[in-house]
Design a protein around this ligand. Structure first.
Ligand code: CA
Ligand code: CA
Length: 355
């Protein structure tokens, strides 16, 4: 059972005590008046559209500054993956601490030395964190940030290329000894129950699963900064007039086994490190990239335009966490045009030329 924090109680009590709206001074209207009012209201309603407009992406930024394990949370919904038994720290600026309350799986954390700490269990699983910031002005108002904490299954449990029955394959040695190309220490366990969790305002965990065959549980690696980049770019695309609620992630995480099986000659593809996504826009839901340059064709030029937008937005933002690779791809008999986007930390470009 959840423990209710003291400053949430008056708010919850008011909600449970509120009664259905009843107005004692309401007067009875005659049937003729009712019909006249109904006709007037109907005449003022806009005509229904032939097809319902697609809602765009949600712009749900974090309402207050907050960090998990030293990493800033940018959105109202976030995720973090940790190792079993690892200590997780939650930090906020000092002037907010007396108005902050944090629950993990419904239980309040106790603040020690200006930090909130949570010890991850020794078994893999999914845990919900709710951070509440009480309003400085109103007695009962508050804002929230939520974080899904995934306690991973350790990579040392991989046996003959299998992790708990799921085929991972063999990670190559780190490219040029770079820390961004180290084999992962753990894997997020994806089940039927958690695959649809929203791990950022406009993306779900299941969107990044490897496309290889096999039942649950499945495993993946995913870097939070990839979600930062996709969320920021999604807002950019919506601001450019494409009202899409998300991108289609054609390929997110790839196990080294799958990366090899699809004939990828690059051993160190950033997909195997959970830092890359092949994406396209499909508002009309026909399974291929939309005609976003409005030339009447759905082809490589639409991928090129998406590439140009992705290139210019990263340059304008000047954020090191968004820096990485970008490639444009034409359609083949197996797929439509798309772009590759990643967060490898150094710029790389391909596929843009010839136009
Ligand atoms: Ca389409
Ligand atoms: Ca086009």
């Amino acid at each position: 059972m959840n423990v209710i924090h003291p400053w949430l109680r008056p708010w919850l009590r008011r909600c449970t005590q509120s009664k259905p709206c009843s107005s004692p001074d309401r007067t009875r209207m005659s049937s003729v008046t009712k019909i006249a009012w109904l006709a007037l209201c109907l005449s003022l309603l806009p005509l229904p559209a032939l097809s319902a407009p697609v809602a765009g992406a949600v712009a749900a930024r974090a309402p207050f500054p907050m960090e998990v394990n030293g990493r800033a949370l940018h959105y109202a919904i976030n995720f973090e993956s940790v190792m079993p038994g690892e200590e997780v720290t939650f930090a906020a600026p000092g002037h907010l601490l007396d108005r902050l309350a944090i629950q993990v799986d419904g239980k309040y954390l106790v603040m020690k030395q200006a930090y909130y700490r949570w010890l991850a269990p020794k078994t893999p699983g999914t845990h919900r964190v709710d951070v509440y910031l009480r309003s400085a002005a109103a007695a009962t108002g508050y804002q929230t940030i939520s974080v899904w904490l995934f306690v991973m299954r350790p990579a040392k449990e991989i046996n003959n290329g299998l992790l708990n029955g799921y085929r991972i394959g063999q990670y190559p040695s780190a490219l040029n000894n770079l820390s961004s190309y180290q084999a992962p220490k753990g894997f997020i366990e994806v089940t039927e129950a958690n695959q649809n969790l929203r791990i950022s305002p406009n993306f779900t965990l299941g969107q990044f699963l490897c496309k290889q065959k096999g039942g649950f549980p499945k495993y993946l690696v995913l870097q939070p900064k990839l979600l930062n980049k996709l969320e920021e770019f999604l807002q950019e695309v919506n601001e450019r007039g494409i009202h899409t609620p998300s991108f289609v992630v054609m390929s997110g995480y790839r196990t080294p086994y799958y990366n090899r099986a699809i004939g990828n000659s690059t051993n160190n593809s950033y997909h195997i490190y959970g830092g890359a996504a092949d994406i396209y826009i499909d508002v009309d839901n026909d399974g291929v990239m939309d005609d976003i340059n409005h030339d009447g064709k759905q082809d490589r030029q639409d991928a090129v335009l998406l590439y140009e937008w992705a290139d210019s937005f990263v340059l304008r933002r000047n954020r090191p966490d968004l820096v990485g690779g970008l490639g444009a791809y034409k359609s083949t008999p197996h797929h439509g045009p798309f772009i590759h986007i990643d967060v490898r930390g150094t710029p790389a470009r391909w596929g843009r030329w010839p136009p």
